[in-house]
Each structure stands twice: as C-alpha cells, then as structure tokens.
Design a protein around this ligand. Sequence first.
Ligand code: ATP
Length: 645
Amino acid sequence: MPYLVVARVFEKLAKTTKRLEKIDIMACLFRSVILLRPTELLAVVYLCCNQIAPPYVGLELGVGDQVIMKSLGESTGRSLNDIKSDFTKAGDLGVVAVASRSRQCTIFAPRMLTVQSVFSTLISVANSEGKQSMTQKVRLIQSLFVASRETEAKFIVRHLQGKLRIGVNEQTVLAALGRACAFTPPAKVPPVVDMSKELMNSEQMEELECHNTALIKKAVCELPNYELVIPALVRYGIDHLNEHCHISPECNTIVYVCVLCKMIYFKQGVPIKVMLAKPTKGIAEILERFKSMKFTLEFKYDGERAQIHILSDGTVKIFSRNAENATAKFPDLVNSIRKVKCNCKKKKKSHLKPDITSAIIDSEVVAYDRKEHKILPFQQLTTRKRKDVNEADVTVQVCVYAFDLLFINGQSLLSEPFEVRRSKMHQAFEPKQGEFAFAHYKDTTDPEEIQQFLDLAVEACCEGIMVKTLDIDATYEPAKRSRKWLKCKKDYLDGVGDTLDLVVMGAFHGTGKRTGTYGTYLLGCCNSENDNFQSLCKCATGFSDEQLKELTDVMKNHVVGKKPSEYETHMDCPIWFEPKIVWEIKCADLTISPVHCGGVGVVHESKGIGLRFPRLVRKRDDKSVDDATSTDQVIEMFQNQKHMQ
Ligand code: ATP
C-alpha cells in the first residue's frame, strides 16, 4: 500500500479539529486496508499512533533534529546551514523537508514509498547500533527522503520526531478502528452480530461502533501490544478478539516473529495498562463521593509504581507506570522475589505460597531503611541508577508494597471486586519485613478515623491515602483514571486537590541572583483533543539555587529556535523548549486567566484556566508528555473547585 495514501489522510486529519470527523476519516482508511490489504493493518495502525513497538520493548528511534537535517541535506544536496536557517524561519522541520524536496531534480524516479517500507525503515533506524549507527541512521532516513512525494517528507520528519501533529491520539485511533470494524468486519470468521447495513439503522450502527471500540480498548489495555492485537483482530474478528487478547503473564512458549520488523516478541510478561486515581480535596469529599458504598483506605506510598509479573518458569518482570520494562533497574527486587519462589517448596520463608505458579501484582516500590525499619523519602529512590544496575552496587534498598492482585495461577482477577482481589493477595503471599509488604489499610467510614489514618500515613513518609471501593463497582479498570480509586494527598488539603504534571514549554532568563540560569518557566497541560499544549502558569518558586542550575543545564538540551506550533499560549518567552520534559507543580487554586489557555473555549470563549501561586514539587522523569495532566483534568479540577466553594 503506498505511503502516500496515509500521508494524504494525515493532511486531511490536520485540517479538522473535530474529533468525530477525524474518527470518520481514519475509519475510512482502516476500512480500505481491512478490505484490500488486511496484513498491512498493523503497520498502518502503528504509523497512525506514531509508534514503532510497545513501550516495554524499549525500542527508540534515537534521532534528533541534527540527524534529520543532515539526512535532508544529503538527500537534496542542500547545505546544512541553509536547512538550519530555513528551520529557524519556519519553525517546522517537516515543512522545510517538503520545500527542500520540491527543489530537487532526479534522473530516475525512485521507488515509491510503501507503508511497509516506511515502517521497516523506521525499525531499522531504531535498531542501528554501534560506532557506525549515526551514519547508518542518516543513510536510512536519506533513502526515505529521496523517495518521498507530495507531503510525505513532512510526515516522515514527524515520525522521526515522535509527534505527528495531526490532532490524533491513540484513543482516537482505537475509536476509528471500532468504527471501521462496524462497517467492514475484518474477520475470516463471520461476525456474531449481523452487521449488514441494510438491517441496521444509524443508532444501532453507532451502538455497534461503541461496542467494538470498547472491545478493542479492552484488548489493548490488557495486552498493550499491537503486534498481538491487530493480527488477532484480522484473523478472528472483533467478536472473538478478547478471547485471544487478554491479561496473561504466562508463557514462554508463545513466541512469534513480527512480520514487519522481524523482531522476536515473547507474549510473556506483557504489562497491562495501570489503573489510576481521581484526586479529592479532603475527607468531606471522600464521604460525599462514596456515600452508601463500602470502601477502604490505604497508605499512598511515595515511590515508583511496579507491576510485577511472576511467570511459571520463575521469571520475574517489573514494569513501570508507563509500561516500560524496569526489570533491569531492580535486580535486588527480582532476586528476592525469585529466591523466595525457589525456596518456597523447602521453607516457609517465602512471599509465595507453594501452590502459586503465576501472578501479576500491582505495587509501589519505595526506598527503605532496613536498619531503622522505615520508609525513606521519594528523593532517595531517585538516586538509584536507572539502567544496568548491578545488585552488588545497590546502596538504596527498596521494599515493595503490594496493593492489588490482577492475575493468579492462570486466572484473571480484573473483573473481581477489590475485596476479593485483596483477600486473594493476602492469602497468596507472605510479607517479609523490609522487602515485601502489603499496603497498610483500614476499612472505616468514620471521619475521625479517616483523619487519623491520613495523619498516620503522613507520619510514615507517605504521600497521603488512597480510598478504594470494595464490593460494588470495584473491578480493576486498566488504563482508566477511575472514580473507584480516590487519592487524597497531604498537599491537597491546602491546595486545589492535586498536584499537576506539566510540560515545560518555555523559560525567561533569570535576573539578580538567578543571572545565568533560567529564572522562570512557562508550563502547560496536554490537550489530546487538539494534540497541543496549553499554557497554565509561569513558575519561579520551589527551586533551590542548585536545582535552578541543574534544571537550566537539562533544559538547554531541549531549546528550539521558535515557539513550537503546537503551543497555545499568549505568553511570549525568549526561550522555547521542545515538548519533552514534565514537572510536578503544586498551586493554591485555579483561576480564569487572559494569558493562559488551559481549556480555552470550554471554560470561557477566549480565556483559559491559569494556576495561582504555582510551585515546583519535583521532576517527573517517569512521565512522558503524553502522561502530563490533560486539559480535561484541569477543567475537572477547576469545576470541582467551584463546586467545593
Ligand atoms: P501521582 O503523582 O499521585 O503519583 P499518578 O498520575 O502517577 O499521580 P495517580 O493515579 O494519580 O497516579 O495516583 C496513584 C499512584 O499512587 C499510583 O500510580 C501508584 O504509583 C501510587 N500509589 C501508592 N500507593 C498506592 C496504593 N495503595 N494504591 C494505589 N496506588 C498507590
């Protein structure tokens, strides 16, 4: 299938801001792929999501603007300086690539780009390693530029930069797939529901689309790997998708080679997308939200989320909040879990009871002082190396606090209520002091006891408490920021209900004591609807002098020549950054602002939401810009705040 078809669809998508229109445009593309080239659906979906592999595989393109400009220069015969100066003027390397291409003459027309060729070249770029890797990457990218037509070069640049800028996120892609499957079922097996259009009115069609989208989302949440989900969708059809794609830490035997990139994938240890919590502002709100429901309180530990997969062959894998493979970061933890598993038949000392073969635990890993038997602050954990950690070199010990059990002995527990999951977890594992513990909990609805529990949590170096439904409406919801889980942080009590994780957009030069550093930063939230970032505040507090220097050094690597086109703000910064870095920010409250643009058009026709008295809490290296606080969340906080007043 020609890549040009996809590039033209991207152009069309960029021209509309309406989500339903985008879904429709994309669904038409998917329908034709399903009909004509079903085996290429995987590559098309990957290109639309702008991904090359699941996050836990850790495959990265490793390409910066310099490499792209060099490849562009070599493929068009233009000098690097000319390209750089065009880039400064246009502020968009994609536009420069198209303009450079159109000036180029070739004797022979190069072979046209196909969806497969573009995708496999991107994979090869990511796989280029060793001394010659940069030369190799330049050569591969050059081959794409040479063969590109119309606006293909623009989107090739954007694939390489990791941002398509067409206002489409993964959820939109999945909704479009749901719609495509309603009109053009991709099954060799006949669908269970009769989807004949003549027999269905538009309402029924819409219902079917929603139903399909829910099935696809469920599959992707439980098995976030398109290499597994898309071929299963094509092969078995939408109605049988969830039978083939579901949560499972098993299995060493299911190994397959990806048809596109020839990489070997193991089905074992695919992380499921984690469930997240909604913020609350205090005990009154908790009681109001969960009135007449059975709920429990837990300590909210301040560390790193860890989804621990224990496989039947003794393999232990650890995945981060963002489904990245963090196993190599915690060899001590892996070993302690593995050791106890081996010990379990002989001694009773294990975390695992002898009859446990496989499990997925949801937990928080925290820094722990094993002599004093106490939890250490989050900052201690951040001093641990992130990669290639040698167990012998570990100085900061960790303890796992398990708070949920998602899978046990081949059985998914996702649809079980939390009360059942928690009790199975307590039955299955044995705590070991300083290494493996259950989240401390209390089942109470008494406001005084809740307050005491919150105080206790803060004393124990926790961030606050989590409040979770126990029986009704208490299933595990992968990938959802769910109302079944509420968080109440100690900071909330004097703030707006939650800290925000914001994208660092720009900066202002420091003056006085801060001369030579960036003294003030512009930060914003992520608007997935328009695929842009909306400014929320200027932040100049919460930094120590050393931190200011350190952050300036880090941020210097992300400076761009011009305000990125995906930034929505009325502020004019002397320094702009590419959207890469996320910081956690606390504020006093949210207010309507004439210069900031959070939720503009929703809360006010021309003004947006801004933060008052913002303050840096910490860097969030564990979050990508796509995980930053969304515009919808900011609007919800703003409306909640009004509701609470
Ligand atoms: P935060 O900045 O609060 O960590 P987040 O977006 O990472 O925000 P939330 O859903 O807002 O995640 O809060 C839940 C997080 O709190 C989990 O991701 C987990 O890392 C941590 N956590 C600590 N203790 C618990 C617990 N007992 N139950 C659930 N999550 C817990």
